[in-house]
Design a protein around this ligand. Structure first.
Ligand SMILES: *Cc1c(COP(=O)(O)O)cnc(C)c1O
Length: 424
């Protein structure tokens, strides 16, 4: 049976407890004590996403109280994940066809289904810090779910108008708090709430940030499924470039590779937030203050999931060999959006643009997939003036934008989170 241990000590818990707790008591993140080894050739037979997901994730659910079966997967993985061919041996994996138009919908919906299966007769409070897309994905996934209340902290004026609308127009069991500060302040508040054991227990707190293992596990599907798809056509191994901030998505890619899927190189693209790059260069980790960039869902100065990557490669030499990171500037993001549109007549969002930038210097003899993490239509403020075009608003967004926003502005302090979020 696979159990989950903290990145900071060796005590372990079962999957269900790891999901409910979010963060381990010692402040570490839960990781599987082992990754099951799989024969990727067996997965060629699983044509549909739900079926593939079921066989991929089943080993993690042994002895779980969550009714994980093919039906469970059919309800979550009913969102398409098309692979768009840009050029010979170059593909874009579109992960943005869910209700809030970013890859985070997959993890958020999976998490929501796990949590409400575990809720029974308690009310869980899901506390989330968001730099944009997490909040909207979690709000959409948890809205109306019995036994769960969502409290979402976002940095006031640091996210786009459309991102804000997707967090603040739900009402009901979704409470939005606009923090006077940056994403790192929001993340710090969430961590502070969790490290206060009395508080965490009395409010039945859990988190839907990518520190929650239920967010990460389903993301392995992106890389396992698309690599098997191309490998079955003889293009193995498949190399990936992943736009990254908190490093959750790319960790799932590393895990999929460890499990035996036909994945070659993994390249990380970040924006100007260089905490990972500086660590890679020096071996000395320093959290940075967050810098605001065009790829705002990746504006993270102190990436939580670095602990999970370090747990894979505890030796710095090995880490340096296995981790390949480049920081992409706003100017390079703009150029990438323009170039991709001119050369391939294909629209990419500012996050995806960081990966596209790296793709331009990737080895053309190899097969590459870049992860497209959000729909371009969410970032019309960046894209429209660059390309001189008008982006139609997707239907799902239009409905949300028509509703009234409701949120409470708070100072970056725990008392305000308790008063306005947990008790209100
Ligand atoms: C969250 C997000 C990212 C970064 O993903 P991490 O798992 O935090 O590294 C990249 N792009 C978009 C659009 C996102 O919403």
């Amino acid at each position: 049976m696979i159990v989950f241990k903290s990145t900071r000590d060796s005590h372990w818990v079962h999957l269900d407890e790891a999901i409910l707790k979010g963060l381990a008591d010692d402040g570490g993140l839960y990781i599987p004590d082992q990754l099951p080894q799989m024969q990727w050739e067996d997965f060629k037979a699983y044509r549909s996403l739900p079926e593939f997901a079921y066989y991929l994730l089943r080993p993690f659910f042994e002895k779980s109280a969550i009714p994980f079966d093919l039906d469970f997967c059919r309800k979550i993985f009913n969102v398409p994940m098309p692979l768009h061919r840009l050029a010979d041996r170059q593909y874009v994996l579109e992960l943005f066809h869910g209700p809030t138009l970013s890859f985070k919908d997959f993890g958020a919906r999976f998490f929501a289904a796990c949590l409400s299966a575990l809720a029974k007769n308690k009310e869980f409070k899901v506390l989330v810090a968001t730099s944009g897309d997490t909040g909207s994905a979690v709000a959409a996934a948890l809205f109306g779910q019995p036994g769960v209340k969502a409290v979402i902290l976002f940095p006031y004026k640091q996210i786009t108008a459309r991102q804000q609308a997707q967090i603040t127009t739900w009402g009901g069991n979704v409470k939005a708090l606009a923090v006077n500060g940056r994403f790192d302040d929001c993340q710090r508040l969430v961590k502070a709430a969790f490290s206060d054991e009395d508080l965490a227990q009395s409010y039945h707190l859990t988190t839907a940030n990518s520190i929650n293992i239920a967010r990460l596990l389903p993301q392995m599907l992106f890389y396992a499924y698309s690599s098997v798809y191309l490998a079955a056509k003889g293009q193995q191994p498949v190399h990936f470039i992943v736009p990254s901030g908190n490093l959750g998505n790319v960790t799932a890619c590393y895990w999929a590779r460890e499990m035996g899927f036909p994945i070659g190189e993994i390249q990380i693209a970040t924006n100007e937030n260089r905490a990972l790059l500086d660590y890679w260069n020096t071996g000395d980790y320093q959290p940075h203050a967050t810098i605001s960039t065009l790829a705002n869902a990746m504006d993270v100065g102190n990436p939580s999931n670095l602990e999970r990557l370090l747990a894979l490669y505890s030796d710095y030499g090995l880490f340096k060999r296995e981790v390949n990171v480049e920081a992409v500037s706003d100017e390079e993001i703009r150029q990438a959006i323009v170039q991709c549109y001119q050369e391939s007549h294909y629209l990419i969002c500012p996050h995806t643009a960081t990966a596209y930038h790296r793709l331009q210097v990737a080895d053309p003899e190899k097969t590459w997939i870049i992860a497209a993490t959000a729909a371009p239509a969410k970032f019309e403020e960046v894209i429209e003036p660059l390309l001189g075009i008008h982006l139609p608003i997707p239907k799902s967004l239009e409905k949300i934008l028509a509703r009234d926003e409701q949120f409470q502005r708070i100072e970056p302090q725990l008392e305000d989170v308790i008063k306005w979020g947990l008790e209100h």
